[in-house]
Write a protein that binds this ligand. Structure first.
Ligand code: GLY
Ligand code: MN
Ligand code: MN
Length: 447
């Protein structure tokens, strides 16, 4: 994991002050006088002594932006500085975690070689508190804590949507690294690289190992672009080149970017025009973002724009209005417009209707939408419209009454291209939105 750079480091103390004040309010509102947060441990594969890459509990990562924290415990009681019980075992199989240099400035830091001693020290410090919440997995019984109480978790999840300046700085850096990866991937594609070679170009360009990625890279040439989270990497380039979709991001101090681009192939008919048109619609939609707007309405507005593209590109025979009313756009864009972004790629609290809990799920025919909240300044969101030719969904549509409205020969001609997705990450401001992704491409991708 990257060390804390000067830009983020400067902003981290203020971030911690804000987090402490928000958590103090959330603890009081939910009736706790202290909270213990466990970073967690790697989970082993079944019947194995190996584990997938470790990812800390995001509630812990909010305070401590370094992945080297296995087994660490954070304790926070409002009015006192946060305490960090750091686990640094004697280990000759792995390089043991060491607390970074800034940790002692920000936390009451104690390091332990033995997990048992760490657990006992936490138990001792808990005596001073009456009602302690625990966030994580498997708290020791002797701590006598209440694990993951919903009233507290709801409040913490809800407020994570609005980012601090530290978090924005992390996301800016994650975006910059992701864009460097996308530029390298595009070059590898234009050199007719296989999906596997393009993946490696992305990793090298973004300066990441697989363990660093916020989510597995989606690298799809031709019809693979129609599989929304395509997970394989062909070792040889396809015989024909119809198009290429990449959805890949980079992480910085635990915060991840989530970026998609689509490029037309040399054999594509008017796929290039379709990509450009979707790109234009995506930017026009972002221009409408304002605090106070419902994200669900933004999603529905994008569906109207997709219906207009279906009509303009003669993929349907009916008007754009009719295509929208018949729900035809849902076959071509079967996912939501986007989601909250932060410590988790699909950040938490997207359906939450109030800090204390309650959910506003999307309407049934838009069930895959991950965000229904009112847009607020300080939120970081993805805007990721897509238009795909997915055989499974097209076959379903063929059975429906509205099948006659589809221009099937045109749809079949486009099917080898797979589909388009254009995904940017935007920071909502008081008056609109800053497009972090386009800013980074403009700064780094000079012709
Ligand atoms: N990369 C996953 C998503 O865009 O939501
Ligand atoms: Mn994505
Ligand atoms: Mn996304």
């Amino acid at each position: 994991m990257a060390a804390m750079d000067a830009h983020c480091r400067q902003r981290h103390p203020e971030h911690l002050r804000l987090v402490a004040s928000q958590w103090a309010d959330a603890l009081e509102a939910s009736g706790f006088d202290a909270v213990v947060v466990a970073a967690g441990h790697p989970r082993l594969y079944p019947f194995d002594d190996l584990a997938p890459f470790f990812r800390p509990n995001p509630h812990f990562a909010l305070w401590f932006p370094d992945k080297q924290c296995e087994g660490a415990i954070l304790m926070f009681a409002p009015g006192s500085p946060p305490a960090l019980y750091f686990h640094s075992p004697a280990d000759y199989w792995h390089a043991p975690a060491r607390a970074p240099d800034w940790a002692a400035e920000r936390f009451e830091l104690r390091s332990f070689a033995e997990a048992e001693a760490l657990e006992a020290a936490v138990a001792k410090s808990l005596h001073a508190h009456r009602h302690v919440a625990f966030i994580g997995e498997n708290p020791p019984e002797r701590w006598a804590v209440e694990a993951n109480p919903a009233p507290l978790i709801h409040r913490l999840h809800y407020q994570r949507a609005r980012k601090t300046t530290f978090e924005v700085a992390c996301l800016e850096q994650a975006t910059e690294n992701g864009v460097q990866g996308h530029m390298a991937a595009r070059e590898a594609y234009h050199a007719n690289g296989s999906e596997f070679e393009i993946l490696r170009a992305f990793l090298a360009g973004s300066g990441q190992t697989e363990a660093d990625l916020p989510y597995p890279c989606i690298v799809g040439r031709n019809e693979h672009a129609a599989v929304l989270h395509y997970q394989h990497y062909d070792r040889t380039p396809p015989a024909e080149d119809h198009g290429f979709l990449i959805d890949a991001g980079a992480a910085h101090l635990g915060y991840g970017s989530d970026i998609s681009r689509t490029w037309p192939g040399t054999n594509a008919s008017n796929f290039a025009e379709l990509i450009d048109a979707l790109d234009e619609q995506q930017r026009a939609l972002i221009d409408t973002i304002r605090p106070g707007l419902s994200y669900l309405d933004l999603h529905l507005a994008m569906h109207r724009r997709i219906a207009e593209l279906l009509n303009r590109f003669e993929l349907v025979r009916c008007s754009a209005e009719a295509a929208d009313e018949l729900g035809l756009s849902r076959t071509f864009m079967p996912h939501g417009l986007g989601h909250l972004l932060g410590l988790q790629t699909h950040d938490v609290g997207g359906w939450q209707s109030a800090p204390e809990g309650g959910e506003s799920p999307p309407p049934e025919d838009h069930a895959t939408l991950r965000l229904t909240r009112t847009i607020e300044a300080g939120m970081v969101l993805t805007i990721e419209p897509g238009l795909y030719f997915i055989p499974m969904l097209l076959n379903r549509l063929r059975q429906e009454a509205s099948a006659g409205e589809v221009n099937w020969p045109k749809v079949e001609a486009m099917t080898p291209c797979g589909g388009v997705r254009i995904e940017d990450n935007v920071l909502v401001t008081e008056h609109g939105a800053r497009n972090l992704t386009r800013e980074a491409f403009a700064a780094l991708d000079s012709p």
